[in-house]
Design a protein around this ligand. Structure first.
Ligand SMILES: NC(=O)C1=CN([C@@H]2O[C@H](COP(=O)(O)OP(=O)(O)OC[C@H]3O[C@@H](n4cnc5c(N)ncnc54)[C@H](O)[C@@H]3O)[C@@H](O)[C@H]2O)C=CC1
Ligand SMILES: O=C1[C@@H](O)[C@H](O)[C@@H](O)[C@H](O)[C@H]1O
Length: 339
């Protein structure tokens, strides 16, 4: 039950993304309020909850999800903790926005999908926020319109200025390139069927033991190819680009944002420092769409099927990287709920 048409949200995980979503719900989005914040780090939960009127702090996510006034759950804990929070929310029949990845592997993603399927209706939205980015939406509309002919190839570039200290070689695929796995499927309306991963000699910027950058190639069931360069210690900024090569033309996004300045014999723009700045409007639109759907009692956007398919592609990519060979992606039959 919502109080006076306002969605009471429990936010699980009060780190970088969780705290930013709390700010967004509290100050940017209408129709929702943060009723509870849970973090295993009690001080962090309290610090974030203290910034919001009437918000309670918890260290146990299940207690926050069951708290009075909670109508919906936003999961922003690390990927391995997502399944427990998702299951607790689904047991109570609550709508969930779960940060990517849905879960870190296909088996756990499938368990979540089956739990939602048993309820017979969609309650989960996965935080693949690029689907809400204005540039990606324009590219999707262009491809769907068919004016350029059939898409043949996608070229993706995903560069971060630097990776956090805990980042591993596996995370370039499971944490970063998972976005390209999702947008490839979404832009083309096709499933990824096989993955190959190649690695150049690591950059001198890469932390010891981290194979950065990596290069992956996806094959799809519609006969398209997509490649992604993931480079998470490029130093120069946060850059996400995509180019579609179609039968009769190409379209490219992610080159320039905002102003171009000409001065002193040079011209140019600026590159966002990080994902929070580059995708700020997409995060806003994503959360707004989730709140609107939850207030109507449903879910929208990337589904458990999308989260599961991306997890299966990740698993294949990790095997392809470890074994140095092309690996096929195995998916279960797509349930009727997600068709
Ligand atoms: N869509 C996007 O562009 C981005 C998405 N993410 C995703 O957001 C999620 C969170 O990432 P960050 O905020 O960067 O991580 P973070 O490390 O900054 O924050 C995670 C928080 O969760 C807490 N936590 C750990 N285990 C928990 C549990 N079992 N229950 C409740 N809280 C727990 C930690 O104490 C920490 O405060 C991840 O799934 C990540 O992949 C992260 C960055 C960007
Ligand atoms: O999701 C994200 C992070 O978790 C990930 O670590 C970054 O590489 C991505 O650019 C960002 O969008």
């Amino acid at each position: 039950m919502t109080q006076r048409g306002t969605l009471g949200v429990a936010v699980v995980g009060a780190g970088r993304m969780g705290a930013d979503h709390v700010r967004r719900i509290d100050r940017v989005i209408s129709g929702a309020r943060v009723a509870a914040v849970a973090d295993v780090d009690a001080e962090r939960a309290k610090a974030v909850a203290d910034g919001v009127d009437g918000c309670a702090a918890y260290t146990d996510p299940a207690a926050a999800i069951a708290a009075p006034g909670v109508d919906a759950v936003l999961v922003a804990s690390p990927g391995p903790a997502h399944e427990a929070a998702l299951m607790a929310a689904l047991r109570r029949g609550l709508p969930v926005l779960c940060e990517k990845p849905l879960t870190p592997d296909a088996a756990s993603a499938l368990r979540v999908l089956r739990a939602e399927e048993r309820l017979g209706r969609r309650l989960v939205q996965v935080g693949f926020m690029r689907r809400y980015d204005a540039e990606y939406l324009r590219l999707k509309a262009l491809l769907d319109g068919g004016g350029l002919g059939r898409p043949l190839m996608l070229h993706h570039r995903h560069r971060n200025a630097s990776s956090p200290p805990w980042f591993t070689g596996e995370m370039l695929l499971g944490d970063s390139a998972v976005h390209e796995m999702d947008v490839t499927r979404w832009l083309l309306g096709q499933e990824i069927t096989a993955v190959t991963v190649m690695r150049p000699r690591p950059s001198g910027n890469a932390p010891e033991g981290v194979d950065d950058p990596q290069f992956a190639v996806f094959e799809t069931d519609g006969g398209a190819l997509a490649d992604v360069e993931v480079y998470v210690n490029c130093r120069f900024g946060y850059q996400v680009q995509a180019e579609a090569v179609c039968e009769n033309g190409t379209a490219r996004i992610g080159d320039a944002h905002g102003m171009l300045v000409a001065a002193g014999g040079r011209w140019g723009g600026s590159i966002a420092p990080g994902f929070v700045e580059r995708f700020e409007e997409a995060y806003d639109r994503q959360v707004r769409a989730w709140v609107d759907a939850a207030l109507r009692g449903g879910a929208t956007g990337p589904s458990c099927w999308d989260g599961y398919a991306a997890a299966a592609v990740c698993e294949a990519a990790l095997r392809a990287r470890a074994e140095g060979r092309r690996v096929e992606v195995g998916l279960v039959e797509r349930p009727a709920l997600y068709r």
